[in-house]
Design a protein around this ligand. Structure first.
Ligand code: 13P
Ligand code: SF4
Length: 366
C-alpha cells in the first residue's frame, strides 16, 4: 500500500549528524534495492555514502550495468537523465534535489541548436551530409536526441579525442556543443588550426559568423563554458611554477586553451585522480578542477607525502551539485524506504530512444 510522501519540510532543518544517521538507517532498510552513484565533485558529507563513484563516462557505464531498482544519482540533472536512458525500463533514476542542474548544459537548448542547424543549412545546403553534431554529455536529453537523429554522437571529457575521430570519419565538419573549451582543446590536440575552429554564438544570427567562416571551418564551437573551470587562469599556473619549479600541473579540459596548454596533464576527473594517485611519493601538484574533488584528493594523498593544491585563489565549487546535501539524500531515501518515489528523472520515451542512439554510438567506440 502506498504511503503519503514525506514532505521535505521535515528534513530541511535537520542537523547534519541526524541526517547522516537517517541516511544510514534508510539505506539499511532498502538494502540492495537502491544504489548510490556519486560524481567526484560531490560534497564529502554525501560522497561518503556512495556505492559507486566516477567521472561522467564511468557513471554512465555503471548506470547501464546495475540491477538495483532505484538508481539514486548524487550528481547533476544530465547525469540522472543518462542513468534513466541507459538503465532498464523497470529501474528508476532519482536526483535527490531537482535544482541540481549544470550551468554549462543550460547554455544550449533544442530551439537554439535547431536554429543553428537551419542557418548552417542555408549556407551549406545539406548539413546532414557535411556536419556531425557532437554533444558533450553535459547537455539535456533532447540535445542528445538531436544528435541521435542527425547521425551524431555524445562525448565525455575522457573519450572526446576518440569521438572526434569518429565524427570526422562520418563527415567533414563537426558542430560541438555546449562546451567550446573541451571542443577547442580536443581539436587543437589533433592539429586542427585554431582559425578553423570558430565560435558559434547562439544569440547572434548565423552564430555571428560570415558564410566564408562557416564554409572554411572544420569545427563549429558552441559558445558555452563551465562557470567553475572558467575561473582558472594561465597566470595562476605561472605564479605557482615560479614558487614550485618541480611541481606538476593537471587540469580538466573544460578549462581554457591557455590553461590546458600550460598544464603538464589534461584529462577527466577520473584521469586526474588516477594520475595523482599513481605519481611518485612526495610530488607536488596544482589541480585545475572543482574544489570538493581537490580537497578530497589532498587529504587522501597526504600519507604519501604528496601535496595537492587548488589552482584558483577563489573558491570554485560546482554550486549546483552542492545542492545535493545530506538533508535531501535522507529525505529521498526515507521516502523510497516507505515505498514513495520522489524526484524521479524520466526522459520521455521518444526522446530517450533517440538519445540512446547517440549514447550507444559513444559507448560502442570508447
Ligand atoms: P568528468 O566527466 O570529467 O567527471 O566531468 C564532468 C563535469 O561536469 C566536469 O565539470
Ligand atoms: Fe556543469 Fe561545471 Fe558543474 Fe561540471 S562543474 S557539472 S560543467 S557546472
Amino acid at each position: 500500500m502506498q504511503v503519503a510522501t514525506i514532505s521535505f519540510d521535515r528534513f530541511n532543518a535537520l542537523q547534519d549528524t541526524e541526517a547522516q544517521e537517517r541516511i544510514r538507517a534508510a539505506r539499511a532498510r532498502l538494502g540492495d534495492r537502491a544504489v548510490l552513484l556519486c560524481h567526484h565533485y560531490q560534497r564529502a558529507d554525501v560522497y561518503q555514502h556512495a556505492d559507486l563513484t566516477g567521472d561522467s563516462l564511468k557513471l554512465a557505464r555503471l548506470a547501464s550495468q546495475t540491477d538495483a531498482e532505484y538508481i539514486v544519482f548524487c550528481g547533476v540533472h544530465f547525469m540522472a537523465e543518462v542513468a534513466d536512458i541507459l538503465s532498464k525500463p523497470s529501474q528508476i533514476a532519482i536526483l535527490p534535489d531537482l535544482a541540481a542542474g549544470c550551468s554549462m548544459a543550460d547554455m544550449a537548448n533544442l530551439a537554439k541548436v535547431e536554429r543553428c542547424w537551419r542557418e548552417l543549412g542555408e549556407v551549406l545546403d545539406t548539413p546532414d551530409d557535411l556536419i556531425t553534431p557532437v554533444t558533450y554529455i553535459n547537455s539535456a536529453a533532447d540535445l542528445k536526441a538531436f544528435c541521435g537523429e542527425h547521425g551524431g554522437i555524445v562525448c565525455t571529457s575522457t573519450n572526446a579525442p576518440t569521438i572526434l575521430d569518429w565524427a570526422f570519419a562520418q563527415r567533414e565538419k563537426v558542430l560541438f556543443f555546449p562546451d567550446q573549451h573541451l571542443g577547442r582543446w580536443t581539436g587543437y590536440k589533433k592539429g586542427i588550426p585554431l582559425e578553423q575552429m570558430v565560435v558559434w554564438d547562439p544569440d547572434l544570427e548565423y552564430g555571428g559568423l560570415t558564410p566564408e567562416q562557416i564554409r572554411n571551418a572544420k569545427v563549429l564551437l558552441w559558445k558555452g563554458h563551465c562557470s567553475v573551470h572558467q575561473m582558472f587562469q594561465e597566470s595562476h599556473i605561472r605564479r605557482w611554477r615560479m614558487q614550485h619549479p618541480d611541481g606538476l600541473v593537471i587540469s580538466h579540459p573544460e578549462s581554457s586553451l591557455e590553461v590546458c596548454q600550460n598544464s603538464d596533464f589534461v584529462g577527466s576527473t577520473e584521469y586526474i585522480i588516477k594520475t595523482i594517485a599513481a605519481a611518485p611519493a612526495n610530488t607536488r601538484w596544482l589541480v585545475g578542477t572543482e574544489l570538493n574533488l581537490v580537497n578530497r584528493l589532498a587529504e587522501e594523498m597526504k600519507p604519501e607525502g604528496k601535496i595537492v593544491q587548488f589552482m584558483a585563489p577563489t573558491v570554485c565549487m560546482c554550486s549546483t551539485m552542492q545542492r545535493i546535501d545530506p538533508q535531501h539524500l535522507a529525505w529521498t531515501l526515507e521516502n523510497l524506504a516507505e515505498g514513495n518515489v520522489v524526484n524521479r528523472i524520466q526522459v520521455p520515451a521518444h526522446e530517450a530512444e533517440l538519445a540512446r542512439v547517440a549514447l550507444d554510438r559513444m559507448l560502442a567506440v570508447s
